[in-house]
Ligand binder design. Structure first.
Ligand code: NAP
Length: 302
């Protein structure tokens, strides 16, 4: 019997930050030929040492790849690496697919897809949830918008990075799902801060409190992952406050377009602004507890 070797598609990854680097590493480990580019070149070193090729620009990544993944910060950053003077679009060739996994505006995702479409390039918006832990373990939740055929073709690649991968509809719907996700996450962080502070003020042992409530109906990703970090004052990111604020800005402006009030989300945005005012914007979202501490007039653990 003949064994058919299916050639793995050539992948490019643009953006090797907290999320992009481990996601790229998982692609490499799964045996895909990989080309990487990062604005700050030193962040490419680990990937190059592990066997990836480097490129001089996003354009060159596109030229060398069949599927280009972008995971940068915000809407203008995706526009820059995809549509800018040295962008992916200038390396377009037949069959190229772009998967943007950053969290950006649904409107901008649609615009980028449309511009790429003019060059015959298909695009998926495929933002992720699950944090740096999910990125390292390859267990992210991935919500995907774009042409369904392209989604099906790219599913094996997405499966290297994620566990729950869901097709949400046409371009922009992946980002829309992610904004819903961010509303739920933001309010959940605030809930963890308030619950723990009540316990602290009333003299409970916070370790015991975390243990028992995590096992009950209050259990959540935020509580399990960020609760212990709050009590240990480990504010290393994770997901940066600055990025959470970017996402809440996207949420609130999208909700405004829809004429939808989101009072809880607006409150959390203001709480996080207070944390930013303390100079902690680059810290992880667990540093939200600092705003609660200011209100409470005490530290969580003293
Ligand atoms: P990060 O660690 O700050 O990394 C951001 C990356 O984007 C860096 O590689 C940065 O390059 C690059 N970048 C930003 N603007 C750029 C531009 N204009 N041109 C070229 N490169 C640019 O952020 P992250 O935590 O990995 O987050 C990446 C995306 O995933 C964001 O949209 C975030 O909202 C989303 N996300 C993050 C998490 C999380 O837990 N961290 C979870 C889900 C989703 P430099 O190295 O040169 O700065």
């Amino acid at each position: 019997m003949k064994v058919r070797h299916v050639q793995k598609r050539k992948i490019g990854v643009i953006g090797l930050g907290v999320m992009g680097k481990p996601m790229a590493m998982n692609i490499l480990k799964a045996g895909y030929p990989l080309t990487v580019w990062n604005r700050t070149r030193s962040k490419m070193d680990d990937l190059l040492a592990a066997g990836a090729s480097g490129a001089e620009s996003p354009k060159e990544v596109a030229e060398k790849s069949e599927v280009v993944i972008t995971i940068v910060t915000d809407s203008p950053d995706v526009e820059e690496v995809v549509l800018g003077p040295q962008g992916v679009i200038h390396g377009a060739h037949p069959g190229l697919v772009v998967i943007d996994m950053s969290t950006i505006s649904p409107t901008v995702a649609r615009k980028v897809a449309e511009e790429l479409g003019k060059k015959g390039v298909k695009m998926l918006d495929a933002p992720v949830s699950g944090g740096d832990v999910g990125a390292k373990q390859g267990t992210l939740s991935i919500m995907v918008g774009g042409p369904e055929e392209t989604f099906k073709e790219c599913l094996p690649i997405l499966e290297v990075m994620g566990k729950r991968i869901t097709y949400m509809g046409p371009n922009g719907m992946g980002q829309t799902a992610k904004l819903c996700n961010q509303v739920i996450c933001a309010l959940n962080i605030q809930a963890v801060c308030e619950g723990l502070m009540l316990g602290a003020k009333a003299g409970l042992n916070l370790k015991k409190l975390l243990g028992v409530v995590t096992a009950g109906a209050a259990g959540s990703w935020m509580l399990s992952n960020l609760g212990p970090k709050m009590t240990e004052r480990d504010f290393r990111p994770g997901f940066k406050i600055r990025h959470q604020q970017k996402d809440l800005r996207l949420v609130l402006s999208f909700a405004a377009e829809l004429g939808l009030p989101l009072p809880g989300t607006a409150l959390v945005q203001q709480m996080l602004r207070a944390v930013e005012a303390e100079g902690l914007g680059e810290k992880g979202t667990q540093a939200a507890v600092v705003a609660m501490e200011k209100l409470a007039g005490r530290k969580l653990t003293e």
